[in-house]
Design a protein around this ligand. Sequence first.
Ligand code: GLC
Length: 608
Amino acid sequence: MVGREELCVYQTPDAPVEARVKDLLSRMTLPEKFGQMTQIERTVASPAAIRDFFIGSVLNSGGSAPFEDAKSSDWADMIDGFQRSALASRLGIPLIYGTDAVHGNNNVYGATVFPHNIALGATRDADLVRRIGAATALEVRASGVHWAFAPCVAVLGDPRWGRSYECYGEDPGLVSEMTSLVSGLQGEPPEEHPNGYPFVAGSNKVVACAKHFVGDGGTDKGVNEGNTIASYEDLEKIHIPPYLKCLAQGVSTVMASYSSWNGSNLHSSYFLLTEVLKEKLGFKGFVVSDWEGLDRLSDPWGSNYRNCVKTAVNAGIDMVMVPFKYEQFIQDMTDLVESGEIPMARVNDAVERILRVKFVAGLFEHPFSDRSLLGTVGCKEHRELGREAVRKSLVLLKNGKNADKPFLPLDRNAKRILITGTHADDLGYQCGGWTKTWFGLSGRITIGTTLLDAIKAAVGDNTEVVYEKTPSKETLASSEGFSYAIVAVGESPYAETKGDSSELIIPFNGSDIVTTVAERIPTLVMLISGRPVVLEPTVLEKTEALVAAWLPGTEGQGMADVIFGDYDFEGKLPVSWFKTVEHLPVNARTNSYDPLFPLGFGLSSKPV
Ligand code: GLC
């Protein structure tokens, strides 16, 4: 054991962070510095690659896992293996492993999958979101992961965007309030903590990542990775405020956006990444590129990657999510620094920022997984928290054809009820994208409770529950035998560009299923979607009640809790609900605001 007197400053846990950063930086060779700026995907993270290229970070893409249905302990085994390779390097700098834990540790089988951000925005409950962050941090650290690429703090401009569900809403103030996830994930900094300086409270917390800087939610027509046409004042008024709140909470990393601002790609914007984020706003953590974000800067033939590296690193990207061609990235960095096209000062600034976050996160002291946290994964307390979030996120859009005859709460002791629709018994649909895979799946993909499971558990012993995914002719012909029907329809899972839509209709003929049933049986519609979708006039007219349930995740009981009246509806729309796609964009900032349901709308079901 090396005595304290032999320890270098950077190896001394109670030495000031800045002294440790300075000391370690002074000992690093150029290749070691380039390695810290390099993030690679787990499938290319061999021991040799990590060791020989001094790799500073590893990630998994959505759906990239040790194996199908790998549990937290399997993930921890994998990541601890990567870490052993990193610690075997000359200076023993630990790597930081990152993953898209965007609504719980959603890659991992058995983890608690919380409602997606748009649902949390409907709760307007910052403390709830903070508690979800804290629970997520435990489950993430249990799997050996140090860094969650969350929260997405995009301010939604247009629901045609395939990432609408990753947004907390369309109002900058609401989104800013919901950034309390940062304090949950990282821990809450003390009052005196300097604004913009990274903060991580301990080994059961994780590094957070505010993304995607900046204006990703405001692209024209909601085109993913598109162009946000706005004045700088509009950026300051609409898209930057959530980052101010994140910096005040000590967010340790910021991810650059694929999108452009007035035609200039964010990954190449020295003005926004360096002059605004780092200099004006005082951000002292590090900026990570998005996945192959540098490649997006190149011409379609990808011929000038070297030029992309030069542009992006000089603009202010500190760590590059390469994630595969790391040898080329490091070679280009070497050439560019040797030629002076990337100043050494820029490299030192990037590496300092990365080391600062690693010291603040305690990675030098706690580089490996903490197996004592494994019991938190999918634990009862976290699932109850998820259930609470579901309850608070449901937005009641209609309650009774006649206002003086509310339809909800439902009679849990009704004689015979029909449960139908594509989304009544599908856990994958409830969870949506970024769950187990990048785009999400259908079916019993993990441990959880579907709406049907929850209804069966909630109704009385003498209530006959008839379930049909698609209502049969026989059932419809004997419709008079049903007290009421619950029809669950909605979107199939998606992520990013795959979710961009100019129609926004309810898939799988959802509207037809609803009207076919509602014409015969008093019907409650549960809409499982990542955003507002087209509500046909017949759907609005023929149904007795309509609930926006968003993407609730694994804890479906939260839906039964409210529709049967154990709890009242509290959710309020975090986004405006448009009348037709021709009206889009419709948000509280657009002129002639004429929504079907306005921002903040939401009925109560309890008699006043
Ligand atoms: C994706 C997303 C980003 C995510 C990253 C790593 O393309 O844009 O939100 O964190 O790549 O998966």
